[in-house]
Ligand binder design. Sequence first.
Ligand code: GRF
Length: 203
Amino acid sequence: RKLVLLISGRGSNLQSILRACQSGQIADTEIVCVISNRAGAPGLALAKQAGIPTEIIAHRNYASRADFDAALRRSIDAYHPDLVVLAGFMRQLTTPFVTHYLGRLVNIHPSLLPAFPGLHTHARALEQGVCWHGATVHYVTPELDAGPIIVQAAVPVFPDDDPARLAARVLEAEHQIYPRALAAILSGHCRLEADRVHWSAPF
Ligand code: GRF
């Protein structure tokens, strides 16, 4: 099977997914392209080192979100991926784009959704004084960070946490659950049907 990954930055989730493809945790699957909307994304170097084709589609070069998403879609579809994986991709996608990939487009978000959609999740969690925080893998639907939830991991929040410490704890959990969720989807054990997530085998 084929994955296309979309990134904007560091690429640590890309790395955990790549390792899972290499080790067979995600079986018979290859990352066929990594696309970034930022030329300087460090994750691009990680992909290149691994011999994965990369593309830069800079949102700044497009007059509108619709134009950007159309270009993105052309590039992605040329690879005929089974799944499109958002791995730290920091652009909101338009409804036509999301609809085109419905059930084949997933994201990881650094909070226990529906708490803290959007940005700065760790600082907001600390401000609210929650005792548990975490990460969510979900199918992408047009409403931001609101798609059907595939899997979540919770981590404790400690009294002396700052956003960076908390983010690091959440990121470790992300690296555990994202490859496992992708493996479940690609093996057909998890699928989206009529806006709901269906499992035919335990996570
Ligand atoms: C992760 O925290 C992810 O949940 C969020 O953006 C961050 C990306 O990190 N969407 P990385 O680029 O995968 O290291």
